[in-house]
Design a protein around this ligand. Structure first.
Ligand code: ATP
Length: 290
């Protein structure tokens, strides 16, 4: 079990596709792979055939209009919703068939985190530590609480926290088991300026340490400042994945120095052509017998 010592420990068990030294020509296992991920709610297809590949050290902005399918995608990746078809792999572990190994490596903070109203801030962290069977987690918990200015609220029950403090508690709890993939739904909403600065620093450190971050936000200026990779979803379809520069080339080549807002408007216009093939198509599975 994770003892919290290494920042991003290697997977303990073999993932579905483990690229060994003997297979040096193969691409390394991505932190997140969407493989034709599809989610239907009755007749509505909220996410259709989403395919993408997120490498270590990437900070990815998942953007799209209201109802585009962002939260649906994040819930499927996190194992909260069962995909209707396709799958997501986290560090090579399939969220459908290897959910425990996959979930050990990810953390998901929803936009409205649910807390246990009668547990204190610290008891939430203790609960998470028990769930993930962490050892020696207390110093890391203390550091997180200090960074998010929650130390004075350490023994306060959730029912008595402000909205921003609840959000910070959920973020601290999500980071305690040192996930490799951090999924944040609207992480900046509700945080004060100091909280925003802290979460931005945490996100950058997480990526610098070899993790990856997938975050959704409508605050495009903040996203542009933070993210180096863009995933645009519109009406359940991934219209684009790639760098900001590539997005400019695809959607706003005629606009000098187009910002993310301009790219967003063009990429989600109903006449915008979806990207034919994402620049990071999934690696085909090895052939049997190889
Ligand atoms: P927003 O930016 O408004 O948060 P979103 O991109 O996160 O939007 P989703 O919440 O993924 O969008 O919703 C995608 C579509 O799926 C919407 O049409 C929504 O009404 C529908 N939907 C979401 N959850 C459910 C559900 N549990 N049952 C039925 N339909 C749902």
């Amino acid at each position: 079990m994770t003892d919290g010592t290494p920042r991003h420990p290697d997977p303990a068990a073999a993932p579905t596709r483990d690229h060994t030294a003997a297979d040096a020509s193969a691409a390394p296992t991505p932190i997140l792979e969407l493989d034709r991920l599809t989610k239907r709610y009755q007749k509505l297809t909220a996410l259709h055939d989403a395919t993408a590949r997120i490498e270590p050290r990437r900070i990815v902005a998942l953007v799209g209009p209201n109802g585009a399918g962002k939260t649906t995608a994040m819930r499927c990746i996190s194992g909260i919703h069962r995909p209707s078809a396709g799958t997501a792999r986290i560090c090579g572990f399939d969220i459908r068939t290897q959910p425990i190994e996959a979930k050990k490596r990810l953390a998901y903070v929803p936009d409205d985190p649910r807390l246990f109203e009668n547990l204190t801030v610290f008891e939430h962290l203790r609960f998470v530590a028990a769930a993930y069977e962490l050892r020696n987690w207390e110093p890391h918990a203390d550091t997180l609480l200090e960074r998010f200015e929650l130390t004075p609220k350490r023994n306060t029950i959730a029912a008595d926290l402000s909205r921003g403090m609840r959000q910070k508690t959920a973020i601290c709890a999500s980071l305690l088991h040192r996930p490799r993939l951090l999924i944040l739904d609207e992480p900046l909403t509700g945080l004060d300026p100091m909280g925003i600065r802290t979460i931005k620093a945490v996100i950058r450190e997480h990526a610098a340490d070899g993790g990856a971050v997938l975050l959704s936000s409508h605050l495009l200026a903040l996203v542009e400042d933070l993210c180096d990779w863009l995933m645009v979803v519109h009406k359940g379809v991934v219209r684009f994945t790639g760098t900001m520069e590539e997005a400019r080339g695809s959607f706003a080549a005629a606009v000098a120095d187009a910002n993310l807002e301009e790219i967003f408007m063009r990429a989600t216009a109903d006449t915008a052509p979806p990207t034919a093939a994402p620049p990071t198509a999934p690696v085909p599975p090895p052939e049997p017998g190889r």
